[in-house]
Design a protein. Sequence first.
Length: 94
Amino acid sequence: MLPQAKIMIYGTPGGVVRNYLVPDAVKVSVVEEDMETQEELADITISEMEEEVLISDKLAGKLGIILEDIGEGLYSLKADPKRIIRKTHPPQYW
């Protein structure tokens, strides 16, 4: 286990789960063909059950992601002067 990682207990609708939290572990940005957002420092939470990469509302806000239509997977970027409506990418499983 990483020395800076902490074991965290979370209550979920499915019961209590144990995850690993690694504070300030990664730099994250949104990379598209025509632009890239500023990098933001983020924590990593590692779940023994979840395989899909997820981001929090707080990180989405720091990255300037504006949800246009959640059901259709459409978003725009605050830093984009043209405010192009973009389609989300397929999930990444790790």
